[in-house]
Design a protein around this ligand. Structure first.
Ligand SMILES: [Zn+2]
Ligand SMILES: [Zn+2]
Length: 267
């Protein structure tokens, strides 16, 4: 039997950082024989640099459903990348709970009001302090809110650390990393494996070592996404990531429908 092929992290022209039409992804997905794509446009309630407006959730959901109707042999899932921050999480939770999502990936792009993509000064306090601070805020958000399906690109900030040796290691913040992994495992949530990390860090986000640790701490659900902003990168390095996920002790990965995981055999 053919393996189930999915990419569950991609951005369309509803995101402020790409002009890609959703139908371009559907066409590309069919070309490379994917079974499922999950659209996860940026939903931020803080205006991030480059954003012109807050995402219209209903318009976005309608575009996803229309794409699904136009491509009946491809599953086009209704996802969202919720850019969580301490002062917007509550409102975000209310807005998402009243709508019909398949998958909510909870990502942290900001720390202490700074968008890490633009504000590299955050790293001036050094690797240990900056890494620990980012993870600490992420942990508190994941602990305090429950509306998410998966932790998005854990270790995202490391992509921008100003040194070639930037990959997140367990030893960078062992207690906080364990707390994130345990919270995710105990609550039956997923850890997303995001393949965009390979470019800058040479590994997945989170890295192999942390995925392995997640398994050891009882983690059972893994999702996969390329975080692509254009069709050329759709499904980029997901086969490589799946091989590493399997090596870390997982036999299955998951995709979501109606916020519930469905499992697919790896390999
Ligand atoms: Zn993101
Ligand atoms: Zn993304």
């Amino acid at each position: 039997m053919k393996n189930y092929l999915a990419d569950c992290h991609l951005h369309t022209n509803f995101s402020f950082d790409t002009n890609t039409d959703i139908l371009d992804y559907c066409r590309r997905a069919r070309e490379i024989h994917l079974d499922e794509i999950c659209i996860t446009d940026h939903f931020d309630l803080d205006m991030r640099k480059g954003m012109k407006k807050i995402l219209d959730l209903d318009e976005n959901l309608k575009a996803i459903m229309d794409a699904g109707l136009a491509f009946p042999d491809l599953k086009v899932s209704k996802g969202i990348e919720a850019g969580i921050t301490p002062h917007t999480a509550e409102r975000m939770q209310e807005m998402l709970a009243s709508r019909d999502y398949d998958y909510i990936v909870c990502s942290q792009h900001l720390v202490d009001g700074m968008d890490i993509f633009f504000e590299r000064n955050f790293f001036n306090v050094g690797r240990a302090s900056s890494y620990a601070r980012f993870l600490e805020v992420q942990y508190e958000l994941l602990r305090d809110y429950d509306f998410w399906s998966a932790v998005g690109h854990m270790g995202y900030f490391t992509r921008y650390f100003p040194s070639a040796d930037r990959k997140l290691r367990l030893s960078d913040a062992p207690d906080i990393i364990d707390a994130i992994l345990k919270t995710t495992a105990v609550r039956g949530k997923a850890m997303e494996v995001n393949t965009a990390g390979f470019t800058e860090t040479g590994d997945m986000l989170p890295p192999f070592q942390i995925i392995k640790r997640f398994r050891m701490l009882g983690g059972e659900i893994i999702t996969v996404g390329s975080d692509c902003h254009g069709p050329a990168k759709l499904f980029d390095r997901i086969p490589l990531a799946l091989a590493l996920i399997q090596k870390a002790g997982f036999s299955y990965y998951a995709t979501y429908s109606g916020l519930k995981p469905g499992f697919h055999k790896i390999g």
